[in-house]
Every structure is written in C-alpha cells, then in structure tokens.
Design a protein around this ligand. Structure first.
Ligand code: EPZ
Length: 417
C-alpha cells in the first residue's frame, strides 16, 4: 500500500494550475447517460473517482474513450443496461448519480445502496423523495435500490436540506420527464450550475440553477455536446492554504475567484495577502497568523470540503479558533490524526476548539477521507521532521497529481510504494 511522505518544507514559491472540478466532472459524466449523440468533455481531472464512473458508464453500454489531455468522448446512444455492478458502486458513492439519468431514460434503475463513509451516514432519502414525487416507485432490499416508472411526470419538490447530490439526481431525472419540475431549497453550488449548463447544451430546458429554486421543463430527447468542466474550487483552496501555512508566495492559475470567496475572506482575516487577477490568485502567507473562527455552510457559505485543510492552518495560528461543521455529522476524523502531530484540538459535538501551537511534529498518520488526507499533507509541510500518510487512495480520489504540483512549489513530498 503506497504512502505519502512529507518533510518540513521551505515557504512554497511558484505557480500551480488547478485541474477541472471533481465534483463537477462526476455528475456531468453521469449526465452523459442522457445524451444520444457524441459528447466530448474537456478539462476532466485525472482521478480515481473519474476512472470509476467511466467504468460504470461503460458497464451500462455507453462508449467511453479517454484521451491523455483530460478529454473524454462518450456516446450513450446504445445505453442498454439499467443495473450498475455492485463492485463499482461500492468504490464510490457518487456513482449513485447514475440513478436519475437511468430512471428517466430507461424507465428503471437499479444500483446498490451507496455506503456511508468516514464523514457521515450519507443518506439518500432526499434523492428518493424526488424520484417518488416524479412518479417513480422505489424498492429497497438486500442492499439494492430499484426505481421504476413508465413515464416521469414533473412536480414541485422541496428539499429539506439543500443536498448537492439530491439536487443533481432530481434535475437529471426531470430533464426528460413530462411537464415542469420545480426544485425548492435546491443546492446552489457552482457544480450545480456547471451541470445545468451541460444539460442545456444537450437540449434540456433548465432555469434558475445556482439559485435555491430550479425550474426544469421536460423535453423529448437530449443530443450531444462539447463541454469543459469548471476549475476545482476546493483544489484551489487547498493550494491557497498550502501557501498560507508555509508562509509562501504562490500564484494559483485557472481559478474562478467568485467560487471561492469565503476561503479568500477567511484567509485574509488570518493576515494572508491575496491578490486577484482574472483567473489567477496570488497568495502570500505570513509568519504569524491570526486564529479565526469558521462555520461551514452550504454554498455560498464556507465549504465543508475546506474545513479539514483550514483546521490544519488554525492548528499553528496565534490564539484560539472555533470550527463548526454544520453540513456533515462526523467530519472531524482528521482531528485525532492532527493531535498525533501535536495539535491542540478539542471536539464538542459539531464544534472543534483549536488552540494554536508554535509547531507540529511529524508522525505516522492516516487519511480518513479525501480532504482529511489533504489536511495532513498541509500539516506535514510545516511539521518538524517527517510525516508519513497512509491510506493515500483517499487522496488520489480527489487530487490530480498533488505531490507533483506541491514538489514544483518546493515542497518536500514523495510517494513510497
Ligand atoms: C457532495 O456530496 C460532494 N460530493 C461532497 O464532496 C461535498 O462535501 C458535499 O456535496 C457538500 O458540499 C460530490 O459532489 C461528488 P450532500 P453529497 O447531499 O452530494 C445530507 C469531497 O470531499 N443528506 O449535499 O453527498 C447528508 O447527510 C466530497 O469532494 C440527506 O440528509 O452531499 C449531509 O449531511 C465529500 N439526505 C448533507 O445532506 C440526502 O438524501 C450534505 O450532503 C442527501 C444528503
């Protein structure tokens, strides 16, 4: 099992380019099941999760061709299976996003229930509430979930929580349903807008993506499209914190700065200098940072996917900070690992109280989820000595070449087999 080794590194310097967004590429790849003509996706990040969903699409009858430069060509004209293979579903919960497309295109969909993971139980009740509102029957048994309907009929659906996945799955089911669907309290993340833009290129009729109310008018069929995936705002935020925590001075390219305002604001509050220039950000870290409080919220609030990375930074900032995680019920798995490195953190329910320390010490730690892994790499950059991170497959799911990109910035990081 390979590990990532991080040693205390000098302040990071140089330029890094952000890849396409994982959380945009995955729903857009699932939505490719809806097209009946050639689809070309560009700027798709090279990630394990992308590999898995491409295998799922191929197992359902889509033709999938991958090219070196982040381009993927898909044709789902001959989509002929409605059931996804268990061994692929169990690798990644986002595979559940094929349910909406299969249900609306074939009238039925069967997949294994997505497991929970380190950060929470990850229920799918809101996804099923949406499918049922559109007229589908659903059966859950022996770990499988099946949904079927002769024809989906548009309806109004209120989401009890602005779930990103539920918004995406229901939107994808509604594009071929009869009549109008309205999703109230919809998620407003940029990845929802990117998915809606892709679906509209295929011929869908969608209004309001990016607001809390999305209106979809069903159409007969969807064609093909060429679409470039938006940049990954969480990858960008991760490199911003890398510069902040090492007191570095880096330029981050391929950033949509409006997608990452909360992280820019909070890093400025710590004392970092951040310059915005088109699709570039310059992040200049300072040696002694102020501790600031953070509360994660659905977009446009501070992203939960940046919480662990920010906690690493607060672990070595001056003073006490409170980090409140409101989106997932168990997203503090990285705290124990950071404490092994000398961080002073106390958990109280959904809050963590972090007392900044002068320095951390390298230790053997393990990545418990994707963003926790990134947080441990960040902590390792400034910890005395060597930090060895196990379970790096979590990191490979969501970061395209993280050690190469960090090495280019001067980090001492390498992978051992
Ligand atoms: C997406 O997950 C992202 N994944 C997550 O990124 C991200 O953390 C999350 O949105 C929140 O922004 C992808 O886009 C592939 P949710 P998703 O449904 O859709 C509850 C990463 O690190 N909920 O918005 O699964 C749920 O329990 C990953 O890149 C229900 O109660 O997130 C959670 O508490 C991690 N019922 C909250 O909503 C449901 O039916 C947010 O979940 C669905 C969700």
């Amino acid at each position: 099992m390979s590990k990532i080794v991080v040693e205390k590194s000098p302040p990071l310097k140089g330029t890094v380019r952000v890849s396409g967004a994982k959380n945009s590429a995955l729903p857009i790849l699932a939505a490719s099941l809806l097209g009946t003509e050639d689809i070309v996706l560009e700027d798709v990040p090279s990630l394990r999760d992308v590999d898995v969903i491409c295998e799922v699409l191929a197992s359902l009858g889509s033709e999938v061709e991958r090219y070196e430069n982040g381009k993927i060509k898909i044709n789902s004209a001959n989509l002929n299976k409605h059931e996804t293979p268990y061994e692929l579903m169990s690798k990644m919960r986002a595979s559940f996003l094929v349910m909406g497309p299969l249900l609306t295109r074939l009238g039925k969909a069967k997949t294994s229930l997505p497991g929970g993971c380190a950060i929470g139980t990850r229920p799918i009740d809101l996804h099923l509430k949406g499918f049922k509102a559109l007229g589908a029957e659903t059966d859950v048994d022996h770990g499988n979930i099946e949904a079927y309907a002769d024809k989906l009929i548009g309806d109004r659906i209120y989401l009890d929580f602005p779930s990103v996945g539920a918004t995406e799955n229901i939107m994808m089911a509604a594009v071929l349903a009869e009549g109008e669907t309205i999703i109230d309290n919809a998620a407003m993340e940029p990845e929802i807008v990117d998915l809606a833009n892709f679906l509209s290129k295929l011929g869908a009729d969608i209004k309001g993506a990016g607001t809390s109310s999305i209106r979809i008018n069903g159409v007969e069929r969807l064609g093909g499209a060429i679409h470039s995936v938006i940049p990954d705002r969480i990858e960008a935020g991760t490199y911003m914190v890398a510069s902040a925590i090492t007191g570095g001075d880096i330029i981050i390219e391929n950033v949509i700065t409006s997608h990452i305002k909360p992280v820019i604001a909070k890093l400025r509050e710590t004392g970092c200098e951040i310059w915005e220039n088109g699709d570039k950000l310059r992040v200049i870290g300072v040696d002694s940072r102020n501790a600031v409080d953070v509360k994660t919220l659905p977009y446009p609030g501070f992203p939960t996917d940046m919480q662990a990375q920010f906690m690493s930074l607060m672990s070595v900032s001056k003073g006490t900070s409170v980090v409140i995680e409101t989106v997932f019920e168990n997203r503090f798995m990285h705290v124990d690992e950071l404490k092994r490195m000398g961080a002073d953190i106390k958990i109280d329910g959904r809050s963590s109280i972090i007392q900044g320390v002068d320095s951390l010490t390298g230790a053997p730690v393990k990545a418990t989820d994707l963003r926790a892994g990134a947080a441990l790499i960040l902590a390792g950059l400034i910890a005395e000595g060597q930090t060895t991170i196990d379970h790096v497959y979590h990191i490979d799911r969501g970061y395209d070449g993280i050690e190469k990109k960090l090495t280019k910035l001067g980090a001492k990081i390498y992978r051992t087999e």
